[in-house]
Design a protein around this ligand. Structure first.
Ligand code: MD3
Ligand code: FE
Length: 199
C-alpha cells in the first residue's frame, strides 16, 4: 500500500521477493565492477555505510570533500544503471527523464547514517527514489530546515520511497538496522538504492 509521511511517498511492499532477488542480482553485478568503499566524512573518519554506484555519476568523498564523480575511487567508470532498477524508477515516477545516478548504500548491523539533506544535485524539482533490500532500517524523516519534530518508520525489503516536492529537501537519516529481519541477503545487512537526476 501507498501512504505519505511528511511528504515522503512510501510504497510499502512495492517489490515482491522475485523482484527483490532480481535487483539483488543486478546490484551484485555492479559491485563486482565497482566494489563497496567507505566514504570519508568531513571530520576525516570513514562513514559506517559502505557505498558504490552505477550510472554516469556516483558519489565520492575524500580529503577534497564530497561530490558527484564520473568514476569509482579506483578510477574505473561506474557501470551503467541496471535495467531492473530503471524499471522501478519508470513505474513509480512515470517520468521521461532517466536518473543519472543509482547510489548503492550497504548497512551492516552496526551502520547508520546521520540526519542530512541531499542538495548536490543541480535541479531539486526531480524526485529521488529509494529502494530498500534486506534487513529493515529505521528511517528518520525531518524537515526542510534543521530541527523540529521528526517521524521514524521501519523500511523493509521491497519498500520503495519517492522523495519529491517538499520532502526532496527534507533532512533524513537511518538510525539503526534490525539485524536478522530479512533472509534476502545471506550474510545479512541492508542495501538501499537511491536513484537521482544529477545534472
Ligand atoms: C530525501 N540514504 O543515500 S534512503 C542517501 O536508506 C540516503 O540509505 C538513506 O539518505 C538510506 O542520501 C535514506 C531515502 C532518501 C534518499 C535520498 C533522499 C531520502 C531522501 C534525498 C532527498 C530527500
Ligand atoms: Fe540522503
Amino acid at each position: 500500500m501507498k501512504f505519505s509521511v511528511k511528504g515522503f511517498d512510501i510504497h510499502a511492499g512495492y517489490l515482491d521477493v522475485a523482484a527483490q532477488r532480481a535487483l539483488l542480482g543486478a546490484v551484485r553485478g555492479v559491485v563486482a565492477q565497482a566494489p563497496f568503499f567507505r566514504p570519508q566524512m568531513p571530520n576525516g573518519r570513514p562513514m559506517s555505510v559502505r557505498m558504490s554506484a552505477s550510472g554516469q555519476f556516483g558519489w565520492v568523498s575524500d580529503k577534497d570533500g564530497y561530490r558527484y564523480a564520473p568514476s569509482h575511487p579506483s578510477g574505473v567508470a561506474w557501470p551503467s544503471i541496471p535495467a531492473e532498477v530503471l524499471a522501478v524508477w519508470q513505474s513509480v515516477t512515470g517520468l521521461e527523464r532517466q536518473p543519472e545516478c543509482c547510489l548503492i548504500n550497504y548497512y551492516s548491523a552496526e551502520a547508520k547514517m546521520g540526519l542530512h539533506q541531499d542538495r548536490d544535485e543541480a535541479d531539486m524539482q526531480w524526485p529521488v527514489v529509494s529502494i530498500s533490500l534486506g534487513d529493515e532500517g529505521l528511517f528518520r524523516m525531518g524537515n526542510v530546515t534543521r530541527g523540529g519534530k521528526t517521524e521514524s518508520m521501519w523500511l523493509k525489503s521491497g519498500d520503495v520511497v519517492v522523495m519529491g516536492g517538499d520532502s526532496r529537501l527534507a533532512y533524513h537519516g537511518v538510525d539503526r538496522i534490525r539485524a536478522g529481519s530479512s533472509k534476502l541477503l545471506p550474510k545479512g545487512g541492508r542495501l538501499n538504492l537511491t536513484l537521482r537526476v544529477v545534472t
